[in-house]
Design a protein around this ligand. Structure first.
Ligand code: SF4
Length: 289
């Protein structure tokens, strides 16, 4: 698969932070690194697809969803989210309770290195898992769905992943402008994610006016040192907008009831209440009401 010359090269310096995070020597060979990222500590092939309590909510609606968690932002020293800025500090992909566990972080960093340095192998393994997921869903009489960017903003259409599996519904959030994701196939649904960047609001309106959806994370007016109070205020702010039914002239729906984003009405705001690290956001990523 890879020529001997590939294996004989040193691991590039840009993987230094990842190696430190994985507690591996900086002069590790490519072969040894491959074994550490593509296999678990017990020597089993590492699974790329996983699950979460939120995507599992779709099962009641007949959707069997799998999700991929890579390192968000610069967690692995390689930026997996080209537009990430303030959102990194509050990203659910690294700050929600389960995601802070060292084993989960190690798995994210491992998969990120695997994708970036041993891409051909990663994509083949991913394709094999996607086929298995689709067959499982079919056997269960369910619709197969996959969220590839559970904690990243990778352009998977550039790797032909959704195009190679037209029987599967792919979906993701993205902070990239609509024109950067113009090449997504019909089976890949995207929801733009509003953030604190000055250009983000204009891009959100581009997505909405094109009949596509925009996610907005909302919080209460201020931050305190009491997480319970902040969470209650965030839920109240989201509920107020959702009950009203519209925001700035476009329909507003909840993004917290389930993760079936591809069933949202087109051209709508998807309102999510702030959670975990986002509760204390002060960058402007969380819209405060
Ligand atoms: S919120 Fe999105 S863009 Fe920001 S770091 Fe997390 S996954 Fe990346």
């Amino acid at each position: 698969m890879y020529p001997e010359t590939f294996w004989n090269k040193p691991v590039p310096a840009k993987y230094r932070k990842a190696l430190e995070g994985l507690e591996l020597p900086l002069d590790i060979s490519r072969r040894d690194l491959f074994r550490r990222v593509a296999f678990t500590d017990s020597g089993r092939p590492r699974n790329i697809l996983g699950s979460s309590s939120k995507v599992e909510k779709g099962e009641g609606a007949g959707v069997l969803t799998a999700i991929v968690y890579l390192s968000p932002g610069r967690e692995a020293g390689i930026n997996m989210c080209p537009m990430a800025a303030g959102c990194e500090a509050g990203c659910l992909g690294s700050t929600s309770r389960r995601m802070t566990w060292p084993t989960h972080k190690k798995a994210r960093v491992s998969k990120t290195v695997w994708l970036m340095l041993f891409r051909e192998h990663f994509l083949r393994r991913l394709s094999w898992e996607i086929i298995g997921h689709a067959m499982t869903a079919e056997a269960m009489g369910m619709k197969p769905a996959i969220r590839l960017n559970g904690s990243s903003d990778v352009l998977w259409e550039n790797y032909n992943v959704p195009q190679s599996h037209p029987e599967v519904q792919f979906y993701d959030y993205t902070k990239l402008p609509a024109k950067a994701r113009a090449g997504v196939p019909d089976n890949y649904h995207l929801t733009f994610s509003l953030c604190e960047r000055p250009e983000s609001k204009g891009r959100a309106l581009d997505w909405l006016n094109a009949g596509r959806n925009v996610a907005m994370v909302v919080g209460g007016e201020s931050t305190t040192d009491r997480p319970g109070v902040m969470l209650k205020a965030a839920k109240a702010a989201a509920a107020t907008i959702i009950e009203r039914g519209t925001f700035e002239g476009f329909p507003a729906v909840s993004g917290d009831d389930d993760d079936i984003r591809f069933d949202d009405p087109p051209g709508a705001w998807v309102v999510l209440y702030a959670k975990s690290g986002a509760l204390t956001d002060s960058t402007g990523f969380v819209q405060r009401f």
